[in-house]
Design a protein around this ligand. Structure first.
Ligand code: NDP
Length: 335
C-alpha cells in the first residue's frame, strides 16, 4: 500500500519534499460495518493546503507522518457492510494511497447512470455541490443580474457560472491567463472573462460589468476582491467560498490586510455579513415603538443625554463627539 504522508509543514508554497511516500501493508480488515477500498481516483483540492498547516480551522490539520487526506473514487475489494459488495464503486475519503479501510457510512455508492465516475469528484462532487449551495442557497441570483466568479475554469467556478447563466444572469469569469479566459467563454459559456494577471485587471473587470456586480462568488480574496468591491451593487450578495490567494501564507495563514483577515474569518467561522440601512426596516417601526416606549417610560430601559448649550457650540460639540467627548446622546440646545 503506497501512501503519501505529510513530512513537513510548508511555510509558503508547498514543495514535493513536504510529502513522503511510504510503502505499508494493506490495512487488515474489514471489520463489521467497514469496507476495504482500492482507490482508483484521488481528488486534489485547494483545501488540502490548509490541512498542511498546524492551525485551527474548520477541520483538523493533517498530522506529520499521517496520510494526506483526499476524496477518492474507490472500488470495494472486501466488505463487511450491508449494501456494499466487492466491485462496487464508491466516493470515499480514501486519501493519498492505494488502499483504505473505511466505515461504510462514510462512503457513497456510485450507481452507474451513464456519467463517468470521476464526475463525482468534480461537477457532481463536492466542488459542484459547493457551487450549487453557495450560489442558489446564499446568493439566490435573479434574472438579469451580473454574477462574477474567480477560479472560473475550475470545478467550483465553472459550475457557478453555468448555474448562474441558466438562472438568467449575465456571467463574468475571472481566470488566470488568456487561455483560461478563452476556455471560460467557449467551454463554460461565460458571457465575459477577465484575466486577473492583466496589468489593467481593475479596469477590464469594470468594463466587463457595466451594470455593476450583484453576486460575487468569492473563491480568491486578495487583490481580486479589492477590484470587485467598488463594483458591488446595492444588496449584492457575496458567498465566501474560498480565499485561495491566501492559502500559501505561512502557517496559521497570517493575513496581509484587515480585509483578508475578515474574509478568512467569514469563511472559516461561516459568518453572515449583511449590511443594512435602518430605513430598510421601516415596516417594523410601529412595532418597535409599541414594545420599547413603555420600557423607556417606566425606566426599565435607561437613557442618557449630553446636552450642549448654544447653537454656536454645535461644531465643537460635533468634533468632540467624533473624539469621544460626549457622554450619552449628544444634543444641542439651540437657544
Ligand atoms: P480550482 O481547480 O479552480 O483550482 C484553483 C484555481 O485557483 C487555480 O487553478 C487558479 O486558477 C486559481 N488561483 C490560485 N491562486 C490564485 C490567486 N493568487 N489569485 C487568483 N486565482 C488563483 O479549485 P476549486 O474549483 O476546487 O476551488 C475553488 C475555490 O473554492 C477555492 O478557493 C476552494 O478553496 C474553494 N472551495 C470551498 C469549499 C467550501 O466548502 N467552502 C469547497 C470546495 C472548494 P486561475 O489560473 O484561473 O487563477
Amino acid at each position: 500500500n503506497r501512501q503519501w504522508q505529510l513530512a513537513s509543514r510548508p511555510a509558503a508554497e508547498p514543495r514535493t519534499a513536504d510529502f513522503r511516500l511510504r510503502e505499508l501493508a494493506i490495512p487488515e480488515g474489514p471489520r463489521r460495518g467497514e469496507v476495504l477500498l482500492r482507490n482508483r481516483y484521488l481528488s486534489l483540492d485547494p483545501y488540502m493546503r490548509w490541512r498542511m498547516n498546524d492551525a485551527k480551522s474548520y477541520a483538523p490539520p493533517v498530522g506529520l507522518g499521517e496520510v494526506m487526506v483526499g476524496a477518492t473514487i474507490s472500488e470495494v475489494v472486501a466488505s463487511e457492510a450491508e449494501g456494499l459488495a466487492p466491485g462496487d464503486l464508491v466516493v470515499a475519503g480514501g486519501g493519498w494511497q492505494d488502499y483504505a479501510l473505511q466505515p461504510a457510512a462514510a462512503v457513497r455508492r456510485i450507481d452507474s447512470d451513464g456519467v463517468e465516475p470521476i464526475a463525482y469528484l468534480g461537477a457532481l462532487g463536492s466542488p459542484g455541490f459547493t457551487a450549487y449551495a453557495g450560489l442558489m442557497k446564499i446568493a439566490q441570483p435573479q434574472p438579469g443580474e451580473t454574477v462574477v466568479v474567480g477560479a472560473a475554469t475550475g470545478p467550483v467556478g465553472s459550475m457557478v457560472g453555468q448555474l448562474a447563466r441558466s438562472a438568467g444572469c449575465s456571467t463574468v469569469a475571472i481566470a488566470g491567463g488568456a487561455e483560461k479566459c478563452g476556455l471560460a467563454r467557449s467551454h463554460f459559456g461565460f458571457d465575459a472573462a477577465v484575466d486577473h494577471r492583466d496589468a489593467n485587471f481593475k479596469d477590464r473587470l469594470a468594463a466587463a460589468c457595466p451594470k455593476g456586480i450583484d453576486v460575487y462568488f468569492e473563491n480568491i480574496g486578495g487583490p481580486v476582491l479589492d477590484a470587485v468591491i467598488p463594483l458591488l451593487n446595492d444588496f449584492a450578495r457575496v458567498p465566501v467560498c474560498g480565499v485561495i490567494s491566501q492559502y500559501n501564507g505561512a502557517a496559521g495563514m497570517p493575513a496581509t490586510t484587515p480585509l483578508d483577515t475578515l474574509m478568512r474569518n467569514a469563511l472559516v467561522k461561516r459568518l453572515t455579513l449583511r449590511g443594512f440601512i435602518v430605513t430598510d426596516f421601516a415596516e417594523y417601526r410601529d412595532e418597535f415603538i409599541a414594545k420599547v416606549a413603555p420600557l423607556v417610560t417606566s425606566g426599565a430601559i435607561a437613557r442618557l443625554e449630553d446636552v450642549v448649550d448654544g447653537l454656536e457650540r454645535a461644531p465643537e460639540a460635533f468634533v468632540g463627539m467624533l473624539r469621544g467627548a460626549n457622554r450619552g446622546k449628544l444634543i444641542v440646545r439651540i437657544d
